[in-house]
Design a protein around this ligand. Structure first.
Ligand code: HEC
Ligand code: HEC
Ligand code: HEC
Ligand code: HEC
Ligand code: HEC
Ligand code: HEC
Ligand code: HEC
Ligand code: HEC
Ligand code: HEC
Ligand code: HEC
Ligand code: HEC
Ligand code: HEC
Length: 286
């Protein structure tokens, strides 16, 4: 048996040598051993690559999903049902790419349907850069601020939305990017206590807990008089009397009728005697 087999092998080797010598075949690798069959290698079902494995090669896409993927952080293949199938001859790149419509409807109505123009990176879906395409559509999605700016005309109405909301979608500017306060060192957080609505900045609210140094920025005479007064009105905050900008209170709101009727008929204007509401003359000085 054994000798028969080895003889067979020798013959086989001879044939190989002769055929190689006699009939040179380009590309035939003489030294290549034919691989042994090993079916056990295939006695399994491959597990689909996990995102981290795709990410070993596609580091950019993986990092985007990791850091800014939001709710898109599921398996790559949920979107990429077909991949690694690009063929320049077929020019099929676009056909391979997933469509938003596979999973989403018309999220923002029937006008904003060119999803990828705004959501430029599907691996970071909420990062919408500030750009012309977006700027043309602000009012379509935010009718509130747009109509408020229109309804209450101010210098802000003249500003384009993105002159304040610049850099990226959703950016909220600080008043101090464009304005100084009414006095030096005024904290920026205070602005909106009075200018309650930035899209209607001339609608001004006068709450009681405001720092009235702001008033002094424009009404310096009244402010310094009031600050230095001996009268009890110096303890009454400006906005307690002036409940809205420009509103003048009547003395009766707080004092009712302090004097007898006869005197009041003779001198209807309280300030005939009390002279200056911001600096009432008082009996005891110091
Ligand atoms: C929510 C769906 C979605 C998920 C999840 C997703 N992709 Fe994509 N991916 C897309 C879309 C859509 C495009 C086409 C983008 C375009 O046309 O600009 C794309 C494009 C690509 C491209 C082509 C190059 C590029 O960036 O445009 C690669 C590579 C890619 N994705 C890899 C991955 C990998 C790797 C993962 C998982 C780690 C992944 N994707 C997860 C939707 C997805
Ligand atoms: C061993 C590296 C490697 C791994 C792992 C890998 N890719 Fe790729 N992929 C490539 C290369 C190389 C290309 C072609 C060059 C390019 O577009 O970056 C490519 C292209 C792509 C493309 C665009 C072109 C096309 O034919 O689809 C997509 C989408 C893609 N890969 C998705 C994936 C997904 C999803 C996974 C995991 C399931 C994955 N890849 C795993 C190397 C890899
Ligand atoms: C395979 C399905 C699938 C595809 C394809 C897909 N998405 Fe999504 N997307 C989802 C799911 C699921 C959510 C989470 C929905 C939820 O929680 O309401 C989501 C959420 C989002 C979000 C919100 C993300 C967040 O973190 O809140 C945006 C934006 C988004 N998708 C845009 C797109 C765009 C643009 C495309 C096309 C480029 C696209 N999606 C393609 C499945 C998909
Ligand atoms: C004109 C630009 C634009 C277009 C076009 C657009 N989107 Fe959006 N989309 C946005 C912006 C901006 C957001 C808000 C992102 C944020 O929260 O910062 C958003 C949010 C989303 C969200 C998150 C859900 C939510 O309401 O917070 C999903 C999902 C979404 N878009 C899907 C889509 C799909 C699907 C399409 C195409 C049918 C699409 N978008 C077209 C600009 C656009
Ligand atoms: C396609 C619809 C869409 C377009 C177009 C769009 N937005 Fe948005 N915007 C959204 C969604 C959705 C959100 C997140 C949900 C929310 O807070 O209302 C958002 C959030 C915002 C926020 C943050 C709100 C907050 O409370 O933090 C600002 C600011 C904003 N958008 C301004 C703009 C401006 C300015 C434009 C135009 C340059 C614009 N948006 C265009 C849909 C859109
Ligand atoms: C002068 C600067 C300025 C302009 C112009 C401006 N905004 Fe704003 N916007 C702000 C500031 C500041 C806030 C934050 C207000 C707050 O904290 O209450 C804001 C808040 C928002 C918000 C979130 C809160 C809300 O009111 O819904 C949206 C959405 C918004 N702006 C959209 C717009 C749109 C759309 C336009 C153009 C039509 C616009 N803005 C023009 C400064 C501006
Ligand atoms: C991106 C620049 C910008 C930001 C941010 C901004 N404004 Fe303005 N604002 C302007 C411009 C420009 C004008 C008109 C010229 C001027 O008065 O300086 C203006 C005018 C005003 C006016 C006078 C309006 C009129 O019609 O006379 C008020 C009040 C005002 N801003 C308050 C605010 C407050 C409060 C904030 C923060 C919540 C703010 N602004 C944020 C640019 C801005
Ligand atoms: C105590 C209330 C109050 C506070 C706080 C306040 N403002 Fe004002 N602001 C006003 C009043 C009142 C006006 C005058 C409006 C008019 O002319 O009708 C005004 C006017 C303005 C104007 C118009 C230009 C001018 O100077 O005449 C700007 C800009 C302004 N404020 C910015 C700011 C900023 C920025 C802050 C925060 C640092 C701020 N304001 C805080 C009450 C306030
Ligand atoms: C940015 C400047 C500015 C600020 C800040 C400001 N005012 Fe004024 N105020 C004005 C202007 C301008 C007028 C109208 C012109 C005038 O009559 O002096 C006015 C008018 C008034 C009037 C009506 C005057 C009259 O003759 O009828 C009162 C009252 C008043 N302001 C109180 C206040 C108080 C209180 C504060 C602080 C809580 C304040 N103002 C903050 C600019 C300002
Ligand atoms: C918002 C309320 C309010 C208004 C409006 C008001 N006052 Fe007063 N006034 C006070 C308070 C509070 C005191 C202190 C009372 C106390 O301590 O008993 C006071 C005290 C006085 C005093 C006593 C003098 C002093 O300094 O003790 C006189 C006089 C006076 N007010 C006159 C007036 C006149 C005149 C007007 C109208 C031009 C007026 N007040 C408007 C709240 C007000
Ligand atoms: C006790 C109530 C009261 C307080 C407190 C008060 N005011 Fe007045 N203010 C009035 C009354 C009443 C008038 C009208 C006086 C008149 O008719 O001569 C007035 C008038 C004004 C005027 C217009 C007339 C002028 O003198 O220029 C301004 C501006 C003003 N106040 C600002 C302020 C400021 C700023 C403060 C705080 C620093 C303040 N007021 C505190 C009641 C008050
Ligand atoms: C004819 C001059 C005159 C007129 C007009 C006048 N008062 Fe007086 N008022 C006085 C005198 C004098 C006192 C007492 C002063 C003192 O004791 O220091 C006084 C005191 C007050 C006091 C302090 C009372 C107390 O118990 O301390 C108040 C409050 C007051 N007046 C409010 C008013 C009001 C409000 C008006 C307008 C309706 C008014 N006055 C009109 C002369 C006047």
């Amino acid at each position: 048996m054994m000798s028969c087999l080895s003889a067979y092998k020798t013959v086989l080797a001879l044939i190989v040598v002769v055929s190689l010598a006699g009939f040179p075949q380009p590309g035939f690798a003489a030294e290549r051993q034919l691989p042994p069959v090993d079916a056990t290698l295939y006695a399994t079902t491959p597990t689909p690559l996990q995102p981290a494995e795709c990410g070993q090669c596609h580091t950019g896409q993986f990092q985007n999903l990791k850091n800014s993927g939001g709710k898109h952080r599921f398996s790559c293949q949920e979107c990429h049902e077909v991949f690694h199938a690009y063929n320049p001859r077929k020019n099929n790149y676009d056909d391979l790419m997933p469509l938003c419509a596979m999973c989403h409807g018309q999220q923002h109505g029937s006008v904003q349907i060119d999803c990828i123009n705004c959501h430029q990176n599907p691996h970071a879906p909420l990062l919408v850069p500030a750009m012309d395409r977006l700027a043309k559509a602000c009012a379509d999605c935010h009718s509130g601020p747009a109509s408020e700016l229109k309804k209450f005309p101010s210098a802000h109405t003249e500003q384009a939305c993105q002159s304040c909301h610049h850099e990226k979608h959703g950016y909220i500017p600080n008043c101090s990017e464009c304005h100084d306060g009414h006095y030096t060192g005024q904290p920026i957080e205070s602005c909106m206590t009075c200018h309650e609505r930035v899209h209607a900045p001339l609608r001004i609210n006068f709450p009681l807990n405001v720092n009235v140094q702001s008033c002094g920025g424009c009404h310096d005479k009244v402010y310094s008089k009031w600050q230095g007064t001996q009268s009890k009105h110096g303890q009454v905050v400006c906005t307690k009397c002036h409940q809205a900008h420009g509103k003048i209170p009547s003395c009766a709101e707080c004092h009712g009728e302090p004097h007898n009727k006869k005197q009041m008929e003779l001198f209807p204007n309280c300030l005939t005697c009390h002279i200056d509401v911001h600096d009432l003359p008082v009996k005891e000085k110091k």
